[in-house]
Design a protein around this ligand. Structure first.
Ligand code: NAD
Ligand code: TDX
Length: 339
């Protein structure tokens, strides 16, 4: 079996490649990644010498490059993680989000149609459902919840999802879609909440909490997400959407306080800054479908997962210090200096 994993030099794609090569040691894994600011080859260092692994630097929007790869490798499965993934960046510059997240998905699926595959899997997000009110803890996102997006990022992901379902209905492409809640864990780019707060706290820098810090996210340890995708691509029903999440809702401010406590840093580092435009209030996944159909349940409790994550950032300082010492400094300055 040959599987193409796009965006595998990023956070979740990288974790997925590590998980997949261990779980399926005889399968061949090809990572296709453009190596944008978010892609990092050092994330794949542990598997670079594995004879069943190949890395190809290419843009999923580059039709000729994508077709060349399909022609060489004849993949059975394609899992598309490649995306522009940061909401704040999408608010600054939406265009690249539409290009990569929608057109890139189209180019990949066209190659799947041309060469034939057994499964195209689209890695989507709970953000396509919009947000839930804070005063209705009884409400959760199910696969039937209407698409109702807030940011250019979530709109581009929703556009891609609709296209994936259209390719299934119109051309019979064997697709599946997963919509997961917020992930955390190793190799998470330090622009996102949890790694940003860990890196800043370790450097005794202010911890910028948007608005009042009362927005709620439903956190899942990244390996649990990888396990769910592995189940869906092998045993999930074609044409179906699967929500992934573990009922672990937390307010942003509580996460930041927990990180301070774990690192022995003072809460006085916490700084409330101007809120994100269009900031979604609450995400909360109902994972009943994937549990009932595929037997998936999250295995890592947040209390353990956050400890493992903090330990990883402490033991792998060079991985994130290299990132924050480069181009990221300009981004940080632009986004946070006068916030
Ligand atoms: P990430 O930003 O860490 O990684 C994205 C990867 O895609 C990078 O390696 C980057 O180089 C690559 N990439 C970007 N544009 C590309 C292009 N045009 N061609 C080829 N490669 C390209 O993202 P992530 O957090 O790992 O998210 C992976 C996927 O999971 C995304 O589709 C995202 O929407 C989805 N998702 C993320 C979360 C989360 O909490 N991070 C939750 C649910 C869903
Ligand atoms: O500096 C910050 N301060 C802050 O208060 C940052 C970066 C974030 N926040 C808040 C905004 C959100 O309420 O923390 C929460 C989490 O923010 P992000 O880490 O940017 O994640 P989010 O916007 O929830 O989106 C994430 O989950 C869904 C991923 O980045 C998406 O790719 C995924 O689809």
């Amino acid at each position: 079996m040959t599987i193409i994993v796009t965006g595998g030099a990023g956070f979740i794609g990288g974790n997925f490649i590590h998980y997949y090569l261990k779980k399926h040691p005889v399968d061949r894994v090809i990572c296709l990644d453009k190596l944008t600011y978010a892609g990092n080859l050092s994330t794949l260092k542990p598997v670079m010498d594995n004879p069943n692994f190949r890395f190809v630097k290419a843009d999923i929007c580059d039709r000729a490059a994508v077709e060349r790869l399909f022609d060489e490798e004849h993949p059975d499965i394609v899992v598309n993680f490649a995306a522009e993934s940061h909401v704040d960046r999408s608010i600054e510059n939406p265009e690249i989000f539409l290009q990569t997240n929608i057109i890139g998905t189209e180019v990949l699926m066209d190659a799947c149609r041309k060469y034939g595959i057994t499964r195209y899997h689209q890695v989507s997000t709970d953000e396509v459902y919009g947000d839930l009110p804070l005063d209705r803890p009884d409400l959760f996102f199910t696969e039937q919840t209407p698409i109702h997006t807030s940011s250019p990022y979530s709109s581009s992901k929703a556009g891609a999802d609709l296209l994936v379902l259209a390719y299934h209905r119109t051309y019979g492409l064997p697709v599946t879609i997963s919509r997961c809640s917020n992930n955390y864990g190793p190799y998470h780019f330090p622009e996102k909440l949890i790694p940003l707060m860990i890196a800043n706290a370790l450097n005794d820098k202010p911890l910028p909490v948007y608005g009042e810090g009362i927005n709620v996210r439903d956190w899942l340890y990244v390996e649990d997400h990888c396990k769910a995708i592995d189940l869906i691509i092998h045993d999930g029903r074609v044409g179906e959407v699967y929500n992934i999440g573990g009922h672990n809702e937390m307010k942003n401010i509580d996460i930041v306080k927990l990180i301070c406590k774990e690192l022995g840093k003072p809460e006085s580092l916490i700084t409330y800054v101007t809120d994100r435009k269009g900031h979604d209030m609450r995400y909360a996944i109902d994972p009943t479908k994937i549990h009932n159909e595929l037997g998936w349940l999250p295995e890592t409790k947040f209390a353990d997962g956050i400890k493992k994550t903090i330990k990883w950032y402490l033991e792998n300082r060079e991985w994130w210090e290299e990132i924050i010492s480069g181009e990221y400094q300009n981004y940080y300055e632009k986004m946070y200096a006068r916030r």
